[in-house]
Design a protein around this ligand. Sequence first.
Ligand code: NAD
Length: 442
Amino acid sequence: MNDKSNVGSRKESLIKLLDVVIKHENEIIEALYEDFKKSPFEAVLTETSYVISELKDTIKNIHSWAKPKKVWPSLLNFPSTDYIYKDPYGKVLIIAPWNYPYQLALCPLISAVAAGNQVVLKPSELTPKTSAIIAKIIGKTFQPDHVKVVEGGVEETQILLSERWDYIFFTGSVAVGKIVAKAAAENLTPVTLELGGKNPCIIDETANLKLAAKRIVWGKFINAGQTCIAPDYILIQEDMKSHFVDFLKIEITKAYGENPKESPDFPRIVNEKNWLRLVSMIEPEKVIFGGENDIEDCYIAPTLIDENSMESLIMKDEIFGPLLPILTYKEESEISAILLKYEKPLALYVFTDDKKFAKKIVTNFSFGGGCINETVMHFSNKRLPFGGVGHSGIGAYHGKLSFDTFSHQKGVIKKATWLDLPLRYAPYNNKLASIKKLLKWL
Ligand code: NAD
């Protein structure tokens, strides 16, 4: 039995966490700026306020989420009352990435604690300032045998993965996701894998191009494109392309000025390794806007790329940076050939005023989640599951689903003793016809 099974004490520790988190909000905002020049506005919008809201929502709902849920009994069990109990798994390992280093570490942790687990959190080593404040926040809130932070990189994570866990929640790349899945398989440990992918953004001839450009520029270049659900590439009807590119240029300039390097709102690439990876994808003759870069500052400008080859480096893997290739299609039938060349993406976006086209795209393709005439914002609705499918991930979370993710759902029936129908018991003799009739009813 887990000694954290008392829901009241879980709630108290979350209330304490909320207090500590609020007190350290400015330190987190400063750390995010020091780590990769994330602007205070983006830090509040996508990190600190998100964590605070998740905490408040969990504190408000924890009792109803944790309560055993009564479900309709099966007639075969008459008379019984049936319940789903929400059991803590036990020892949970959470491994976080660097791109939203605070939110993607704290949100799963909040739900794992709410569900009654002991937690070890491994933040990303690539955002060391944020990692240090996270360790401080957790150290001030929890006893180490309840929740603790282990800072470090690959080596430390591999040591953690060699231990036995009751649940592993991993957010990061597909390649490391496979390492985590292999380690988990050793002990048949259940996992959530929140991974990435190549997210298409499809635009047809009926779309409102001006508004599409505005929403795509925001969703692509927020966090300098280092967002798992950022549009990875544009696939636009050929005739609309040049008009759309003009709108994109206007929107980028409106958002970040003539020189985005000077903009206080445009972050940097997290480190030199990622900067080199991204710059190697830029073929100068294909750049139609931006392209400026500076290794000293890990800077890459918002860049539009005129792409016509599926074989180029930029079209191989997830980009995860401020480079936006623009591809075209002539006929609708060409879309599926391009989309199906890749593993199932984490997100998909379609911009159109044609309801039938939108429905076809959303229903015909498999992807983690997405938007019609919007980018990224499906993430913000706690009532929507957030997660991938196929190579973009296993499992989903957010809101109540996060609580359920960290709970084993234990089905229990409570059978009455005042009646015991004889039908199911041997000897079966001539009871076959009766059981057939009953089973037809169910
Ligand atoms: P990553 O996979 O390199 O690292 C994630 C975590 O794994 C880090 O804590 C790191 O220390 C650890 N790690 C790295 N290499 C390891 C190894 N060989 N063995 C064991 N542990 C290792 O990912 P990242 O660069 O931090 O993040 C970027 C990736 O994460 C992108 O692919 C992005 O799409 C994905 N992502 C997904 C989501 C989501 O919610 N689905 C959110 C953010 C990022």
